[in-house]
Ligand binder design. Structure first.
Ligand SMILES: Cc1ncc(COP(=O)(O)O)c(C=O)c1O
Length: 393
């Protein structure tokens, strides 16, 4: 058994990591998908950086941060996704980055088509709708089959690519926030390329829990945040643009602080959260010390499988993501099939079992309840969830 898989089951091992996080007493949080906790040491470092920047002000920022620190940070972020440092630019979150890529994509002509699916994030969908409206393009919206399989996902895209020959651009969500389904990005991107369709990858939920390399995935445009599975302070993210595709994204609203050949011109200009950025080197060090995305992902998958295996046998529960290891991650949604409204079941999970979850709608397959374990979740939390599903289902 590979090391990460063996370690994923080791509650004692993970307890040592869990102890590094301060957790407010209260409900058991199975909604770790919104944002992740910082470790205690990261919180302390962040506080130190707030105080240091407050003391030294622009003297430090102009002399050192802008010249040296941001370059180091860009290199570390680029390494997380296996690309060169000068192909990434810092943003405040994934939405800002993805919206910049979409807003400034300059290859659409009137009559062209853009593609979104039911599983995309709403602000990404809306940005593509906005782009299409402004460029005289048409939005093609597709729904994925449910339950999905590797082949059905790919076939749905292939079918759309054949059916809509004017497609030029599509969004692709690596891990959908609605059900946790992991898209076969490499296969879809390769099929899109055959049809000359550009892909903007939404990596918000993938970074930090899935080990990937953007070059291997065949992705030229992508946006990420650092507060979900990397463990950074809120307000940080980045974009990637393949160097040979930089000219296809315009500088943001005529941005001119950086030369047109610099990716940093593609994001909104403004003073960033400098103390948070200065905290990143420690965050990334801790991420790697924990075993990186491969170890975090293995642990989250293990916790996911603990409840999913049991829930598959329950007649009143539908698990929304397949068990093909290529298509799932730690996030997985479920539905109480005997209840049309899922929100009261979210409330029952909380009131009767002290389990905090969230309802997610928008998938063509209907509303569901998202279960997202985190790094402080234990096997006994999953057992409690299984009991709750057995009794409530
Ligand atoms: C799939 C997906 N895309 C984009 C976003 C937006 O990320 P951010 O909060 O960093 O703007 C989220 C946030 O939950 C998400 O789940």
């Amino acid at each position: 058994m590979p090391d990460n898989t063996r370690r994923a089951r080791d509650e004692m091992f993970w307890q040592t990591f869990a102890d590094r996080y301060a957790v407010e007493p209260g409900p058991i949080n199975l909604e770790n998908g919104y944002f992740g906790r910082m470790s205690r040491t990261v919180v302390e470092e962040y506080q130190r950086n707030i105080e240091m920047i407050n003391r030294s002000n622009s003297v430090y920022v102009r002399q050192r941060f802008e010249q040296v620190e941001t370059q180091k940070i860009r290199a570390q972020l680029a390494a997380l996704v296996g690309v060169p440092a000068d192909t990434v630019a810092l943003t405040r979150n994934a939405s800002e980055g993805l919206q910049s890529l979409i807003r400034n994509y300059n290859r659409l002509q009137p009559g062209d088509q853009v593609l979104i699916c039911d599983l995309e994030y709403d602000s990404v969908k809306n940005a593509l709708r906005w782009l299409a409206r402004n460029r005289g393009a048409e939005v093609i919206e597709i729904d994925h089959q449910h339950p999905a399989s590797f082949d059905s996902l790919l076939a749905t895209y292939r079918d759309a690519f054949e059916r809509y020959p004017k497609l030029k651009l599509m969004a692709l969500t690596h891990v959908t926030h609605r059900t946790g389904l992991v898209m076969p990005v490499q296969a879809i991107a390769a099929a899109a390329k055959e049809h000359g369709i550009d892909v903007i990858l939404d990596g918000a939920h993938a970074l930090g829990q899935i080990d990937f390399n953007l070059d291997e995935l065949g992705i030229s445009f992508a946006g990420f945040n650092l507060h979900k599975w990397i463990g950074a302070p809120l307000t940080l993210g980045f974009i990637y643009i393949a160097p040979e595709r930089l000219a296809d994204i315009d500088p943001d609203m005529g941005e001119s602080h950086y030369p047109v050949t610099d990716i940093r011109a593609r994001t909104p200009y403004g003073t960033p959260n400098i103390p948070a950025l200065l905290t990143l080197p420690l965050v990334i060090e801790e991420h790697h010390a924990m075993g990186g995305s491969a170890a975090k992902g293995a642990r989250l998958n293990y916790l996911r499988n603990l409840w999913v295996r049991a829930a598959r046998e329950l007649p009143g529960i539908e698990v929304m993501t397949p068990d093909d290891p290529r298509l799932y991650c730690g996030i997985t949604s479920l539905r109480f099939t005997r209840h049309s409204d899922q929100q009261p079941m979210v409330e029952r999970l909380l009131s009767d079992y002290n389990l905090f979850t969230v309802m997610r709608s928008g998938a063509a397959s209907g509303p569901c309840i998202r279960i997202t374990p985190g790094l402080t979740t234990t096997a006994s939390h999953m057992k409690l969830l299984t009991r709750a599903l057995t009794e409530l289902g």
